[in-house]
Design a binder for this molecule. Structure first.
Ligand code: 3HC
Length: 296
């Protein structure tokens, strides 16, 4: 996808769970990948964690040592936003706060090439809302990856009202080049997956609140009886309870507060107690240190 612009890199902004996974994925696909995080040292720590994840695959005989080295070499730490100038595609995976994302996109428009596509990995904020006030909104879109990004096949390409057809086409072929399955989704609350998933998590939480069964029993029913790779509670722990609650609240508000999307009091209680899932060591289950995912 180098083309005539001379731009030859992907930039990932935000080195939390999703940013780290997306950077790993892009580097695995052969892209020079620039990783930036505003918090000092965060991008370097994420690169080290990617190195450890690749080393585990080497140890299990799933990846060659030279291949792991070249994947890691593809990842370069960007010290400031100006370092993202060679990027053809920029993927933002920072905190889910509209005003912070808007400020970032404003800065990206200043520092990145006018040919670069600027994407957000938001789970539930409106892509059009994030792009509001942008100088060139036609090149802004959503690229919504799923956790763990290197493993999950789907990427939602989210088309906002002002996103151009050309941007969508270029992003679709970019996603295919990553070995993923792109699906173009309209910019609407929760897009496709997160909207469908809210009532699913919500019902599991209601059943737990009503003591119909324990979290382990509900999870076992969904894995052993319905073929899900993880049950709803194990999955909420993987994604992060704070991320899940944030997405639920945003989608519930955006849809006009329907009862079936009402955030669960139990989920609110857990988040307020700092029980955020794997990354904090406890969510619905407890995790030994080595099973914890990096922070979002
Ligand atoms: N990063 C990179 N690779 C990872 C990884 C991670 N965090 N976690 C697992 N992997 C890789 C492993 O290295 C392994 O690769 P290999 O086969 O080449 O060795 C492969 O994934 C399988 O891992 P494991 O054998 O350790 O474990 P499982 O077979 O149990 O799979 C799982 C783990 C892929 C997480 C599986 O349980 C699964 O698919 N779960 C469902 C996940 C899901 O639904 N995600 C979507 C969440 S919703 C979301 O993200 C949206 C957001 O907006 C909130």
């Amino acid at each position: 996808m180098t083309g005539q612009s001379g731009l030859n890199a992907v930039a990932v902004v935000g080195a939390g769970t999703m940013g780290q996974g997306i950077a790993q994925l892009c580097a695995q696909a052969g892209w020079p990948t620039l990783l930036y995080d505003v918090a000092e040292g965060a991008a370097t720590r994420a690169r080290e964690a990617i190195g450890e994840s690749l080393a585990r695959r080497v140890a299990r005989g799933k990846l060659g040592e030279a291949e792991a080295e070249s994947i890691l070499e593809n990842i370069e730490i960007a010290v400031e936003l100006a370092d993202l100038a060679p990027a053809k595609v920029v993927i933002e995976a920072i905190v889910e706060r509209l005003e912070i994302k808007r400020a970032l996109f404003d800065a990206l428009e200043m520092h990145c090439s006018p040919q670069a596509l600027l994407c957000t990995n938001t789970s539930s904020l409106g892509v059009g809302e994030i792009a509001k006030g942008a100088r060139r909104p036609e090149r802004i879109a959503g690229l919504h990856f799923f956790n763990p990004a290197p493993v999950m096949r789907l990427v939602e390409v989210v088309r906002a009202e002002l996103t151009s057809a050309e941007t969508c086409e270029r992003l679709t072929s970019f996603v295919e080049g990553l070995g993923k399955h792109p699906v173009v989704a309209l910019d609407s609350p929760g897009f496709i997956v997160n909207r469908c998933a809210r009532p699913y998590y919500g019902e599991a939480l209601r059943m737990l609140e009503e003591r119909v069964a324990t979290e382990a029993e509900i999870d076992a029913c969904l894995t052993d009886g319905a073929g899900f790779p993880l049950g709803p509670f194990a999955l909420m722990d993987l994604v992060g309870l704070d991320i899940g609650l944030g997405a639920t609240r945003t989608i519930w508000e955006a849809l006009g507060r329907p009862a079936r999307f009402l955030p669960s009091p139990l989920l609110v209680e857990k988040v307020e107690a700092g029980k955020l899932g794997r990354k904090s060591g406890e969510g619905f289950y407890r995790y030994p240190r080595e099973a914890q995912a990096p922070r979002e």
